[in-house]
Design a protein around this ligand. Structure first.
Ligand SMILES: Nc1ncnc2c1ncn2[C@@H]1O[C@H](COP(=O)(O)OP(=O)(O)O)[C@@H](O)[C@H]1O
Ligand SMILES: [Mg+2]
Length: 289
């Protein structure tokens, strides 16, 4: 399901302009929304989900404008949303919690609801933990419960806000794989400040910076922003002062620095292959503040 965002601006009470004339098209499939804390990601997602009204602009999702009275319910029927902080009832079991949310979402048929909850527990690999209380769940398990509740109405659009924050490496990988699997013929919009999450799951993405679109396109195109701008320098002396040091690794011959810089940071610097993180940093270096 395609999303067209046009001229979207959100100014909060108090004057913070969280989104500034944002225009963006999001195609079907897995899509990354990358940006530092405060870039405006949550604001955008809440507007897409119809939970927040923009100051200006339009958002058309699958042909319906979510910023209008008529369009909003039509979009919300097709949408699943996992907020950055999903509140759960710690004393409920996973099954009881999902059953409760399903009821709130209007799945009134009891046996149909039970079947759907059982099915979703299976999808997110929580069948074995289904009858345990949520208060004993790990961060990764809770995130999977969150995905299950977002999937209840089998949405064509799934929006997930910073779902991997605080997960350990195994849980992160597992969660990312789950999202990719869910993408298929639906749109999964993954918001994150972690470059690696996008690198491992998305082929296309947008980068937000200060409420504005800094980039939209393929992962390969973002990587190539850093072409000719990544260097390694091995030295016993002080770290390079030119450009941005992205890593420092001790080696026998001294410290090996990886630097993103327009100019060679040192006479002994060797050019290196850029990664997505390098592309993102090179992009940030050219974004006006
Ligand atoms: N309810 C609010 N009232 C005022 N300012 C807000 C509110 N929510 C977010 N902001 C501000 O808007 C900007 C964007 O925030 P947010 O959309 O949460 O970014 P992100 O999700 O990328 O971290 C930040 O400067 C933030 O402090
Ligand atoms: Mg956020």
């Amino acid at each position: 399901m395609r999303i067209d965002v046009t001229g979207l601006t959100k100014t909060y009470k108090g004057g913070v302009r969280a989104l500034d004339d944002l225009t963006l098209t999001i195609p079907t499939g897995m899509y990354g929304l990358l940006g530092a804390n405060g870039a405006g990601k949550t604001t955008l997602l809440r507007i897409l989900a119809g939970l927040l009204h923009p100051t200006e602009g339009r958002v058309v999702i699958g042909g319906h404008d979510v910023t209008t009275q008529e369009g909003k319910p039509a979009v919300q029927r097709k949408l699943g949303y996992l907020p950055q902080n999903l509140g759960v009832y710690p004393d409920l079991t996973a099954r009881a919690f999902l059953d409760y949310i399903a009821l709130l979402k209007g799945l009134h048929n009891r046996s149909g609801r039970r079947r759907r909850v059982t099915e979703l527990l299976e999808v997110v690999a929580l069948t074995d933990a289904a009858d345990r209380r949520l208060k004993g769940f790990s961060g990764g398990m809770l995130r999977r419960v969150g995905i299950a509740q977002a999937l209840l109405a089998d949405p064509e659009l799934l929006i997930v806000d910073e779902p991997t924050t605080g997960l350990d490496p195994e849980e992160r990988i597992r969660f990312r794989t789950l999202l990719s699997r869910l993408a298929g013929d639906r749109t999964v919009l993954l918001s994150t400040h972690i470059v690696d999450d996008v690198a491992q799951t998305c082929r296309t993405l947008a980068v937000l910076a200060n409420g504005r679109l800094a980039f939209q396109g393929s992962v390969t195109d973002l990587v190539s922003v850093a072409n000719g701008r990544v260097w390694t320098v091995t030295t016993n002396g002080p770290p390079p002062t030119e450009g941005r040091v992205v890593s420092a690794l001790p080696e026998a011959a001294g410290m090996r620095y990886r630097v993103v810089s327009r100019q060679s940071p040192d006479l002994s610097a060797k050019p290196a292959e850029p990664t997505l993180e390098d592309g993102y940093l090179a992009l940030m270096d050219q974004v006006p503040v």
